[in-house]
Design a protein around this ligand. Structure first.
Ligand SMILES: NC(=O)c1ccc[n+]([C@@H]2O[C@H](COP(=O)([O-])OP(=O)(O)OC[C@H]3O[C@@H](n4cnc5c(N)ncnc54)[C@H](O)[C@@H]3O)[C@@H](O)[C@H]2O)c1
Length: 349
């Protein structure tokens, strides 16, 4: 049974979550004048056929990984759509992880000044986070995600069956975002995640569907209030400023994003306790136990031990200064007050 979450942005769209729902792509895209599929070389052999789209649909396969979020690849994809003479009523289907979703979203927002696109996320990170909320981007030599738009998809089909083939480190990366969302959502979400932790590690489809639905519902609620991240949406950056600093020091790609975020959440809790922002001291212990149950590093020390790294605090602060969410030279943090309540724009210093 598929679950459904409505994201009430403008335009509003449905996120369907469940096992085997990739095949609904045909029905979801049937009203468009033409369909193209963007995917990567790892995902194409596994799931392209499962979409059940007509053989004449243009299929564009790009190299797997972050390097495809570039202007060079974007131009090639746009050119392929143009050569197919797709018109403004056509639809682009994104089949893959967050890289494909971000690239497809930007392509769809630029081609003929905007066509529809449907997200079919196949990583846990993309199912719980990247496919919802309408942020699109490519990278610039100066940094990640520096060129992008806001473009909401027409629909999202999150098929949990695709997660069976996900490499372990990619799966763990998604779990970091699941942990983050439970802390943002509040005590009930934390309890539910505590119960589901063993099922998630076993990639049980019911536990996965439940937790993906919880993450999508929370994100849908936040982005509907604040589609362009002017206020409340900033809470989604919990653990991210520390996490980006860690990723930067280790060298991008060495530590999966969500794992750096998990350690970043540990640092955010520690800092919130130190400066007196945290009003629920038990949350530190609870999140550490939950991180352990999800096999995520609950602190910087655990991450250092896991990756045989040593990260000096001064170096971490220095690399956090480069985070694009900062304003000027000041480091802006999201810190927990208690489960379900965050303090935004706390300046580190
Ligand atoms: N738009 C947003 O709101 C948002 C939010 C978070 C992250 N992001 C972006 O998402 C990207 C990271 O996404 P990601 O972690 O999904 O990485 P990814 O898209 O690079 O996918 C990770 C790897 O898994 C492979 N893969 C994907 N699905 C698979 C499957 N089912 N089975 C086997 N292999 C599979 C891919 O080929 C790739 O090698 C980053 O570029 C980040 O900036 C965007």
């Amino acid at each position: 049974m598929a679950q459904s979450v409505q994201v009430t942005t403008s335009p509003s769209y449905e996120v369907r979550i469940g096992e085997g729902i990739l095949s609904q792509a045909e029905q979801v895209t049937s009203s468009y004048s033409g369909v193209a599929i963007l995917t990567d070389e790892n995902v194409a052999p596994l799931y392209l056929q499962g979409l059940g789209l007509p053989a004449e649909a243009e299929t564009i396969v790009v190299p797997a990984g972050e390097s495809s979020k570039s202007f060079e690849v974007l131009e090639k994809v746009l050119e392929r759509l143009a050569r197919q003479r797709l018109d403004r009523e056509a639809c682009l289907v994104a089949l893959g992880g967050g890289v494909i979703g971000d690239l497809a979203g930007l392509t769809a927002s630029l081609y003929k000044r905007g066509i529809n696109f449907v997200q079919c996320p196949t990583t846990l990170l993309a199912q719980v986070d990247a496919s919802v909320g309408g942020k699109t981007a490519v990278n610039l030599p100066s940094g990640k995600n520096l060129a992008g738009t806001f473009q909401q998809p027409a629909a999202v089909l999150a098929d949990v069956a695709t997660l069976a083939s996900l490499p372990a480190h990619e799966f763990e990366s998604g779990l970091g975002e699941v942990l983050k969302t439970a802390i943002l959502s509040g005590p009930e979400a934390l309890s539910s995640l505590e119960t589901d932790a063993p099922g998630l590690l076993a990639r049980d489809s019911q536990a996965l569907s439940r937790q993906i639905e919880a993450c999508v519902s929370f994100k849908a609620h936040i982005v509907a209030q604040d589609p362009r991240e002017a206020g409340p949406r900033k809470c989604l950056n919990l653990g991210h400023t520390f996490g980006h600093g860690i990723e930067h020091i280790a060298g991008f790609g060495v530590i999966p994003h969500g794992i750096a975020v998990a350690a970043g959440i540990g640092l955010a809790l520690e800092h919130a306790a130190t400066i007196g922002v945290l009003e629920e001291p038990d949350l530190v212990e609870r999140v550490q136990q939950l991180s352990a149950a999800l096999e995520l590093p609950g602190s910087l020390a655990e991450l250092e031990a896991r990756y045989h790294l040593s990260i000096a605090r001064e170096d971490l602060v220095e690399s956090m200064r480069a985070d694009k969410k900062n304003r000027g030279d000041k480091i802006h943090l999201v810190l927990p007050v208690r489960a379900g309540e965050m303090k935004l724009d706390v300046i580190l210093g």
